[in-house]
Design a protein around this ligand. Sequence first.
Ligand code: IPM
Ligand code: MG
Length: 359
Amino acid sequence: MAETKKIAIIPGDGIGPEVIAEAVKVLKKTEELFGYKFETETGLFGGIAIDETGTPLPQDTLEKCQRADAVLLGAVGGPKWDNNPKELRPETGLLGIRKALGLFSNIRPAVIFDCLKEASTLKPEVLEGTDLIVVRELTGGIYFGEKFRRETDNGQEAVDTCVYNVKEVERIVHQAFQIARNRRKKLCSVDKANVLETSRLWRETVNKIAPEYPDVELEHVLVDNCAMQLLRRPSSFDVIVTENMFGDILSDEAAMLTGSIGMLSSASLGEGSFGLYEPVHGSAPDIAGQGIANPIATILSVALMFKLSFGYHEAGDAIEKAVKSVLDAGHRTGDIAVDKSKAIGTTAMGDLIVAAIHK
Ligand code: IPM
Ligand code: MG
């Protein structure tokens, strides 16, 4: 009998609850099939938490996450809260949970699913073989530096500070090298060292660490150039490591290469095996409550959780295989269907995947 793993489940806003429900079915199926034992606690977070408790990240939810072995998050945010003051915005909760749980590393894989190649806006021959991971620093940089406004002779002035210390750079870079070592052994470090001091420290630190990973080929690419190369030669990238803001932008770009953001999972990790897992897509308020959202990214987030936090590789592989077989059989939700009239709904897709998970 496997030890009990505690999972905090945070459905959040928009399509979050719908896609999470399908991921929970997958958890149940793997319990039956592989003898795992999961104990789940559900918490309020994001817009729904603002509505019900007056804060995007209630203490109770944070505590549920802190006593869990991993967190499964749906999505947060929506137009309803877009004009709220900063403390009452879902995004503030997201930044708060990352910081409070020490999740300094955000891992966003962008993989091309062969059967969905036609969904990308890039030519198939450019995409061929694309399989990359963006490793984004998640708790530092301009997101968390001092911010303020002041009056000047030219009117109000706003300041956002970008700060990085060596330790923050070292821990994320080590992690990226280790990920690269277990893949195609290529690491691309992205910065703006021709302009920014934080980037010069970043690059120096990467170069200092590199000799510890002689088996990994390292390149430094400036962020503007990287944005371009991602469109020109996506398949040449293996692991990209970068600071918070650059990673935010480049990971969206990388996700879009695949043409199917509804398929991509992500992990936010700290020290040790704890992690927060979530689909890359947002809360999609425009289609919320219609039962048509694609649950695959969330289901694949469970597979990622199994592998990275629990070491349940066999079940992780089984989930990925099940997704592939359902897609290969031609089943599609609306976002990835060529013939929209044949699209199936969220629950139908979840049920098909659950049925296709085998030991
Ligand atoms: C993301 C999102 C968030 C970020 C926003 C919602 C604060 O864009 O997870 O990439 O910028 O980190
Ligand atoms: Mg983003």
